[in-house]
Design a protein around this ligand. Structure first.
Ligand code: 5GP
Length: 327
C-alpha cells in the first residue's frame, strides 16, 4: 500500500456528485431538513437516497445507478451547497495524510434551477478547484446525453468563455444515460469545444445495447480520451488503437454496474496486452465505495482477486495517467 500511495498519479474520471463523501452528504441532508423550504416529497427522496447509499447500493443493471442521483441533486442545488460538496470531494482526493492522487480532473454537469444559473453552477465549483495549484486540480464540464441541444450549447459557451478568461476549465465530457439523446445534435458543441482548445472525453460503448452507429458518431468528435469503452466493435477498436486514444478505466464501477461480469473478462486485459494508453479511475466513489488506491490495488493483486500486474508496470500506468491529463 505504501508503494501505491507514493506513486504520483492522476484521477481523470471522477463525477463530482458521485464522489461526495457520505459524511458530507449527511451534513447537507441535516441542513436541508432544518431548512424551512424542504417539501415532504424532497425530504422523502433524500431520506430514501441516503438510506440506500448508507446500506450500500445493489445494482441490478446500469440504469439503477442513474436513479441514485435525484436525491444527491436535491442536496447540491445551491451554489453554497455545491461549494461545500466540492471542497469535500477535493479534500478526499488530494489532501490529508493519504491523498488518493497527485492530480485530479473533477467533472460535473452544470444544472440550472431557481437558485442558480448554469454559469453560477460552474463558477461555484471552479472557485473551489482553483484554490489548488494548476498541477493539482482542474475542471471538466460534462454534457448529459439527456440534455437538450440548447442546454448543451450553453454549457459549452460558458466553458469556452471561462477558458478564454484563463480560468481552469480543461475539457468537455459526455455522460449520462448511455442510451439517451441524439448525438448528431451534439457534434457542433464538441467541435466548438475542440476548436477552443478544450480536451474532449466521451463515455462511449458503455453497455452492450449501445449501437455501432452511436459509437462511430462519437469517435467522429475526435476525443482525446474515452470513458469505459467496454463494448467497442472491431471497427471502433481499430480507430481507438490506431489513434491511441486513452481509455479511462473504472474497474469497480463496471463490475458493480454489471457491464463486465468478472475482472478477468474486463477489456483492460486486452488494452494492457497491447500497451494501449489507459488511465485507472474511480468514476463515483460515493455509491461504489471504492478509492483510487483500491483500483490500483486491483491491478497489483494476484488473480483471482486482482490482475497480477507487476510493480514496474503499475508505475508506468500511473505515469501514463499523468501524461493523459488535459492541458
Ligand atoms: P455530476 O455530473 O452531477 O457531478 O455527477 C453525476 C452524473 O454523472 C450522473 O447524473 C450521470 O449523468 C453521470 N455519471 C456518473 N457516473 C456515470 C457513469 O458511469 N456513466 C455515465 N454514462 N454517466 C455517469
Amino acid at each position: 500500500i505504501n508503494f501505491l500511495q507514493s506513486l504520483p498519479k492522476a484521477e481523470l474520471h471522477a463525477h463530482l456528485n458521485g464522489s461526495i463523501p457520505l459524511s458530507c452528504l449527511q451534513e447537507l441532508a441535516a441542513q436541508h431538513a432544518s431548512g424551512s423550504q424542504a417539501t415532504e416529497f424532497q425530504s422523502d427522496l433524500i431520506r430514501d437516497g441516503i438510506d440506500k447509499l448508507q446500506k450500500g447500493v445493489d445494482l441490478v443493471e446500469i440504469h439503477d445507478f442513474f436513479k441514485l442521483f435525484p436525491a444527491i441533486y436535491a442536496l447540491t442545488s445551491t451554489p453554497d451547497a455545491l461549494a461545500f460538496a466540492t471542497r469535500a470531494v477535493l479534500r478526499e482526493f488530494l489532501d490529508g495524510e493519504n491523498p488518493q492522487c497527485s492530480y485530479l480532473e473533477i467533472r460535473t454537469t452544470p444544472r440550472r434551477n431557481e437558485n442558480m444559473t448554469r454559469r453560477q453552477y460552474i463558477e461555484a465549483v471552479l472557485a473551489e478547484v482553483e484554490k489548488y495549484d494548476s498541477d493539482q486540480a482542474a475542471l471538466i464540464v460534462s454534457l448529459d446525453r439527456r440534455m437538450g441541444t440548447e442546454d448543451a450549447a450553453e454549457c459549452v459557451d460558458v466553458a469556452i468563455d471561462l477558458r478564454h478568461q484563463g480560468r481552469r476549465v480543461v475539457g468537455i465530457d459526455l455522460c449520462g444515460d448511455p442510451m439517451a439523446g441524439n448525438m448528431a445534435e451534439f457534434e457542433t458543441h464538441f467541435r466548438r469545444a475542440r476548436e477552443s482548445g478544450l480536451g474532449i472525453t466521451l463515455h462511449i460503448a458503455e453497455t452492450a445495447a449501445n449501437s455501432s452507429v452511436d459509437t462511430s458518431q462519437l469517435l467522429s468528435f475526435q476525443p482525446q480520451r474515452l470513458g469505459h469503452a467496454t463494448f467497442l466493435d472491431e471497427a471502433a477498436k481499430k480507430v481507438v488503437s490506431d489513434k491511441r486514444i486513452c481509455v479511462e478505466i473504472c474497474l469497480t464501477s463496471n463490475i458493480l454496474c454489471k457491464t463486465v461480469p468478472l475482472l478477468d473478462d474486463h477489456h483492460i486485459v486486452e488494452l494492457l496486452k497491447n500497451g494501449h494508453p489507459i488511465a485507472i479511475c474511480t468514476d463515483d466513489i460515493l455509491p461504489f465505495r471504492n478509492s483510487l488506491i483500491g483500483e490500483y490495488a486491483l491491478l497489483l493483486a494476484q488473480p483471482p482477486l486482482g490482475l497480477g500486474v507487476t510493480e514496474d508496470k503499475v508505475q508506468k500506468l500511473a505515469e501514463m495517467s499523468l501524461q493523459n491529463r488535459f492541458k
